[in-house]
Design a protein around this ligand. Structure first.
Ligand code: PEP
Ligand code: MG
Length: 325
């Protein structure tokens, strides 16, 4: 199997009925970079910048951040990289940062919330990203956005840094694409507001599913109770990709969900044309998509999602259709 996947490295990911689905990588450290040539990924769809901070013993200086971001962009070459700004707090603690006791860390002071309340950290990170992207295209997205106004605030920080760098004669990126992650359910009900602001959206299905079903993603007792291939979750994923289509803005999905072949089939059938997955999953997912008739999968899937009986077994039906055991 491994050899079969390796042989697919340079094969474009196009389904039987001619639909191109870009497979990107999830990454976060220098050691992940060789996976780009190994897997033939279309780019890095999610670069988790907090990993550098989590393995350090003190706050990485701007110069250290800049060095990492440049190395990532150099390794990716012409392939796009989407950097996610710091997603710390909650369960992602920094040993050198004073921990805040919270009863519900997943619902707490984390990610963009912390970034906006302590803007020094976000500012310096954005500055490092903008400098690393000098002369190239740069993609930045903000995690855990729960309200359109939070995106405005984060974007204002970015604009301020751009102005600052320009005034000081630094080289700037040719273009900066700014996006938001959809991982808090409140954003599902502000899709028009957020889409009129962003250049792209990326669904963080790990958190979105956890919050939709109120089921801790790290708690094995409840993690398997809820199926992301059930109508409520699939309706949510569909809402995002369809709203993106109406606004002419790209929507990708970068949670672990996309790393599972059957789930990737469902996402393609819903209309996703770019997914970001773990390196080891690129081969199996690509092998599955190459054999898929997306149009036919969609015809099977949509009635199941809209079935109001509350009994439709999407997983079993789709598995039988896609011939995956
Ligand atoms: C997600 O929530 O799906 C996601 C991609 O972000 P993380 O897993 O880093 O929280
Ligand atoms: Mg997340």
């Amino acid at each position: 199997r491994q050899a079969q996947y390796a042989a697919l490295r340079d094969t474009p990911c196009v389904t039987l009925d001619g639909v191109k689905i870009d497979l990107h990588l999830n990454a976060g450290l220098l050691v992940d970079l060789p996976h780009i040539p190994e897997t033939g990924a279309a780019g890095i769809g999610l670069f988790r910048t907090e990993l550098q901070f989590m393995i350090a013993s003190t706050f990485p200086r701007i110069s250290e951040q800049l060095k990492l971001y440049r190395a990532v962009l150099d390794a990716a070459g012409a392939r796009p990289v989407t950097f996610r700004t710091l997603d710390i707090g909650g369960d992602k603690v920094l040993p050198y940062m004073r921990a805040v006791e919270e009863e519900n860390p997943a619902l707490g002071w984390r990610a963009i919330r912390l970034g906006l309340d302590r803007p020094g950290l976000l500012r310096s990170q954005v500055r490092a990203l903008l400098r690393a992207g000098a002369g190239r295209e740069l993609r930045i997205m903000f995690p855990m956005v729960a309200a359109a106004g939070e995106f405005d605030q984060a974007r204002a920080i970015l604009e301020r840094e751009l102005t600052h760098l320009r005034r000081h004669g630094h080289g700037l990126p040719e273009r900066v694409f700014v996006g938001a992650m959809v991982e808090v359910p409140s954003l599902l009900f502000q899709l028009d507001e957020i889409l009129s602001r962003v250049d792209f959206l990326s669904v963080g299905s790990n958190d979105l599913v956890q919050f939709l079903f109120a089921a801790d993603r790290g708690n094995v007792r409840v993690a398997d109770r809820f199926d992301p291939l059930s109508p409520p979750a699939l309706r949510a994923f569909r809402m995002v990709v369809e709203a993106g289509g109406r606004h002419g803005k790209p929507v990708t999905l970068c949670g672990e969900l996309a790393s599972r072949p059957l789930e990737a089939v469902a996402l393609a059938a819903l209309g996703y044309r770019a997914l970001s997955l773990s390196p080891a999953a690129i081969g199996p997912v690509k092998a599955t998509l190459l054999k898929l008739d997306v149009g036919a999968a969609r015809q099977i899937l949509l009635p199941l999602i809209d079935d109001m009986s509350g009994l439709s077994d999407v997983r079993a039906t789709l598995r039988a259709f896609a011939d995956l055991s």
